[in-house]
Design a binder for this molecule. Structure first.
Ligand code: NAP
Length: 261
């Protein structure tokens, strides 16, 4: 299937590590132009350089998206380089374990800065370009929005709000033909996931085995490529009548009958 993404400029936040790296690479394979907005300088320079060497004019815009002004800077630099923006993939985030007892109101606010406010900021500043291109937005949320996790109020609130905003923006942007969808991963081995396993459990390997044994389809984690393929499809004009949807890409982990596992 030709996804018809050739030459389309797509901003991918956190686009050089984990799921974001998978998305940038997938988009590049489809001929799209990924703009990597990330604070991971070494990884982003490496990936952008690699894609440029392969003939894709990828751009890296460095900086922390939770800092005021950064979303505007990402959009301005993208627009001044390419003159158009077709897609936004809001993906950067961190499960920062701000719970009811740990963190307090300041920690909670800061967690929303890290996980939520830049999802809005980027779309706000990119909107004139998205209107012009009749583009698409994909918000990467999490199963935590549907299931909870415990001890992570800030992250859970942000992930739930991302789902609400997916519906809200899908409604608001109907007149412009801009589609908005969300992808919900559950268990994907990435640097973020590895850190969580290592810091939250005494025996990370045993915990990983326990989790994968409960994933209905093939008893394995989802790959970042499988998440990326869904994101690319939802960005693509080939999913042209799909908007406001939450797509859970997790091998049936969240929704299938417990008796199966
Ligand atoms: P990851 O491995 O940590 O990669 C995320 C990338 O985004 C990193 O380069 C990170 O930089 C960067 N980043 C994070 N916050 C940023 C900010 N404020 N400004 C600029 N760059 C920022 O994470 P991942 O596991 O791929 O997760 C990506 C998305 O998937 C997140 O929204 C996460 O909630 C969601 N998700 C993941 C899983 C999973 O199983 N992995 C499950 C459910 C949902 P640093 O390395 O400096 O943090």
């Amino acid at each position: 299937m030709d996804l018809q993404l050739k030459g389309k400029v797509v901003i991918v936040t956190g686009g050089s590590k984990g799921i974001g790296e998978g998305i940038s690479r997938c988009l590049a394979r489809e001929g799209a132009i990924p703009v990597i907005a990330s604070r991971s300088v070494a990884e982003s320079e490496q990936l952008a350089g690699e894609l440029q060497d392969a003939g894709i004019p990828a751009l890296f815009v460095g900086g922390d998206l939770s800092v005021p002004g950064q979303c505007r800077a990402v959009v301005e630099q993208t627009a001044s380089r390419f003159g158009s923006i077709y897609g936004i993939v809001n993906n950067a985030g961190i499960n920062d374990a701000i719970g009811l007892e740990k963190g307090g109101p300041d920690g909670f606010r800061s967690s929303l800065d890290k996980n939520l406010h830049h999802y809005y900021g980027l779309v706000h500043f990119a909107l004139p370009y998205l209107k012009e291109s009749r583009g698409a937005i994909v918000n990467v949320s999490s199963k935590v929005a549907l299931t909870g996790q415990g001890n992570t109020s800030g992250y859970a609130a942000a992930k739930g709000a991302q789902l609400a905003l997916t519906r809200e923006w899908a409604a608001e942007l109907l007149p412009y033909g801009i589609r908005v969808n969300a992808v919900l991963p559950a268990e994907v081995m990435t640097p973020l996931y590895e850190t969580w396993l290592k810091t939250a459990f005494k025996d990370p390997e045993a915990k990983k085995k326990e989790i994968t044994a409960r994933i209905p389809l093939e008893k394995r984690m989802t790959t970042k490529e499988e998440i990326a393929d869904m994101v690319a499809f939802l960005l693509s004009p080939r999913s042209g009548h799909t908007t406001g949807q939450w797509v859970v890409v997790d091998g049936g982990y969240v929704h299938l009958d417990r008796s199966i596992t």
